[in-house]
Design a protein around this ligand. Structure first.
Ligand SMILES: [Zn+2]
Length: 260
C-alpha cells in the first residue's frame, strides 16, 4: 500500500458527496480491491489538468472522465486537421478546422456530463502556466516538447502537486510519476535539455493510448492513495516486442534548479 500523503489535495469549498447514481455508475470499479467509496469521493472532488488533448492527452482525459474525476482542465491550441485523426479520439472528421480542445470538451461532456470541464485554447507557456495550472490537484503532462514538459514540472514543484509525465516515440512509450519532495522531478532526470526532439514523430494511436492508460492508472493511484504507484521509477514499454519494464531512477539531484 502507498503511505504517501498528498498534501496538495485541495478540498473544495463545496464538498460533493457520492450520489446513488455515482454508486451505480462506478459500481464495477468500486469492486476493485483497495478502491472504495472513499477513493471515489476523492476522484469526484479532484481537478486534473491535462495538457494537451492529442494522442496521449485525449485518452487520458476520457479515462479520467470515465473514472469519475470531478473536473478536467484541458489546454491545447490549434484547430483539428485531417492528420490528427489517427490518434485524437475525442474528435471526428466533420470537425476538421474547429478548435481541438473544444471538440474534445464536447465529446467528454456527452460522455460524462457530471465532469466539469474548463478549456484553454492555448498551449502551456511561461506566461499562462500559473493561470492554467493553479486549480489542479494533479497534472497530466501529455505535451510532445520538452519546453512544455519542463514548464509543467516547474508548476508541479511550485504547487506541490503530482505530475504524471507521459511521452512516446513510434512504438515506445514511457510514463514517469512525479511527486515533488518524494521523487526526482523531470529536471532531475533530464538536467540538460534533450537534443534532437522533434515536433512531428511516428505515432500509432493505439501506442499513444497505451501510454495514456498507464499514466491514468498511476495518477489515480497517487491521487486516491491506493495501491502502489511507481514512485521513483520510469515505466517504459516497447510495443514492438511487447516488453514492459520499470527503471529505478537516480535520487533527486541536490543541485536541481527545479526542485531544490
Ligand atoms: Zn529536480
Amino acid at each position: 500500500m502507498c503511505h504517501l500523503t498528498v498534501a496538495t489535495h485541495r478540498w473544495r469549498l463545496v464538498f460533493k458527496m457520492l450520489t446513488e447514481v455515482d454508486k451505480l455508475r462506478y459500481s464495477w470499479q468500486l469492486d476493485v480491491p483497495g478502491f472504495g467509496e472513499r477513493e471515489q469521493l476523492t476522484l469526484k472532488n479532484s481537478t486534473a489538468l491535462v495538457t494537451r488533448v492529442g494522442g496521449i492527452g485525449g485518452p487520458v482525459a476520457q479515462s479520467l472522465a470515465a473514472a469519475g474525476i470531478g473536473k478536467l482542465i484541458l489546454a491545447h491550441a490549434g484547430k483539428l486537421r485531417e492528420d490528427d485523426l489517427n490518434r485524437q479520439i475525442l474528435m471526428s472528421r466533420d470537425q476538421i478546422g474547429e478548435s481541438r480542445v473544444k471538440c474534445a470538451a464536447g465529446t467528454l461532456k456527452r460522455f460524462n456530463s457530471d465532469t466539469q470541464i474548463e478549456v484553454f485554447d492555448e498551449n502551456v507557456n511561461n506566461v499562462n502556466i500559473d493561470r492554467i495550472s493553479s486549480e489542479a490537484d494533479i497534472i497530466f503532462g501529455c505535451a510532445p516538447l520538452f519546453e512544455e514538459r519542463f514548464l509543467l514540472n516547474e508548476a508541479a514543484v511550485k504547487g506541490n502537486k503530482p505530475l504524471i509525465d507521459c511521452a512516446m516515440y513510434s512504438m515506445e512509450g514511457q510514463v514517469i510519476p512525479i511527486v515533488p519532495g518524494t521523487t526526482p522531478c523531470l529536471k532531475c532526470i533530464y538536467p540538460d535539455d534533450p537534443e534532437h526532439w522533434q515536433r512531428k514523430f511516428p505515432v500509432f494511436g493505439a501506442v499513444s493510448s497505451l501510454v495514456a492508460q498507464i499514466g491514468v492508472i498511476e495518477g489515480i493511484k497517487i491521487l486516491c492513495q491506493f495501491d502502489d504507484p511507481s514512485l521513483g521509477e520510469m515505466i517504459r514499454f516497447d510495443a514492438s516486442l511487447m516488453n514492459v519494464k520499470k527503471i529505478r531512477l537516480l535520487p533527486r539531484r541536490e543541485n536541481c534548479p527545479a526542485c531544490n
